[in-house]
Write a protein that binds this ligand. Structure first.
Ligand code: HEM
Length: 294
């Protein structure tokens, strides 16, 4: 991976002036615990401009749902898509810091699995892809539904948890292409496994069980020509441009009048000096008698 020092836009633009004050006020109001590490952009973060994720969730679960046992189906909601065998999310927003290889990209949309005549009704929604450092990421999900244990016991109480770190993603074979202006991350069929937190939220697969591989593309903008501070160049000659019509006070004199007055005063001073010198010369001659008859 190539990383070179470069100006970044997201952190500086997003956390300047009033917004920084408002964020500081909000942090005081809600306390630091309300903002997770993953959601806090670093100072040098780049702004995500495009992001897509393609993931089949778990092939055996899809087979179970669509097969004769569960006799169910699934639907995508809120902007997610499905094209066999993968669910897709697009339009991710967030940040990425190529120096630390950390970041957070949130996607809208979810999957609702149903089966067993409605007893099974589980939704996984709004994934957040968290880059946790070199070669590693996680996908956080909102998870809600009735557990199999509850359903088999005849209950209908649903559990609902927000942004559970659901799967770990192995990004050791991902490509990270960082240039002066931006960064692109591409991971094709990266291996995934359910986390202990994921198992707690969806208690059907032991922690560490393999889930479907995930394909990720993230593009982030780190700087643009418009936002860079121009380096000081050689001094340039003043441009002989006409001033704007309203750029001069109404009672101000045009520049050429000042020059004419100055030239007139200088010429007058020169003439006066010559005359004075000649007068002094004449007086001196009179006092010494020079120039006259003896
Ligand atoms: C009364 C309702 C239910 C019955 C009778 C039932 C029955 C079963 C059976 C027989 C299997 C084994 C399938 C196999 O090995 O091929 C299974 C697997 C499974 N069930 Fe259920 N189930 C019920 C409700 C639920 C609910 C509410 C959930 C919650 C999401 C659930 C999640 C699962 C999962 C994740 C598997 C493993 C699928 C896989 O092979 O990957 N079940 N269920």
């Amino acid at each position: 991976m190539r990383t070179s020092p470069r100006p970044r836009v997201f952190g500086r633009l997003a956390l300047t002036g009033l917004s920084a004050l408002l964020l500081a006020a909000a942090a005081v109001a809600v306390g630091p615990a309300a903002v997770s590490e993953a959601a806090t952009p670093t100072d040098d973060a780049c702004e995500v401009s495009a992001a897509e994720v393609s993931w089949g969730f778990k092939e055996s679960f899809r087979s179970y749902i669509s097969g004769t046992i569960a006799g169910g189906t699934w639907e995508v909601t809120g902007g997610a898509g499905y094209q066999t065998p993968n669910f897709t999310w697009t339009g991710g927003t967030g940040w990425y810091d190529p120096d630390t290889q950390t970041g957070s990209v949130a996607f809208p949309g979810g999957i609702r699995f149903t089966g067993h005549g409605g007893l099974l009704d589980t939704t996984f929604r709004d994934p957040t892809l968290e880059f946790t450092g070199p070669g590693a990421a996680r996908v956080h999900l909102d998870v809600s539904g009735v557990s199999m244990e509850e359903a088999l016991a005849g209950g209908t109480a649903a559990d609902s948890v927000s942004q559970v770190p659901f799967i770990d993603v192995d990004l050791t074979t991902a490509t990270i292409d960082a240039s002066r202006d931006g960064v692109t991350i591409a991971a094709a069929a990266a291996p995934t496994a359910i986390t202990p937190e994921g198992f707690a939220a969806f208690a059907n697969y032991e922690a560490g069980s393999a889930f479907d591989p995930i394909t990720i593309t993230v593009t982030a903008v780190c700087a643009s020509a418009q936002t860079q501070t121009p380096s000081p160049g050689p001094p340039t000659a003043p441009v002989d441009a006409a001033p704007a019509a309203d750029s001069r006070p109404a009672d101000a004199s045009p520049g050429w009048i000042s020059w004419a007055v100055a030239a007139f005063v200088a010429a007058g001073a020169a003439v006066g000096g010559v005359l004075l010198a000649r007068r002094r010369g004449t007086g001196r001659n009179a006092r010494t008698g020079s120039g006259g008859a003896a």
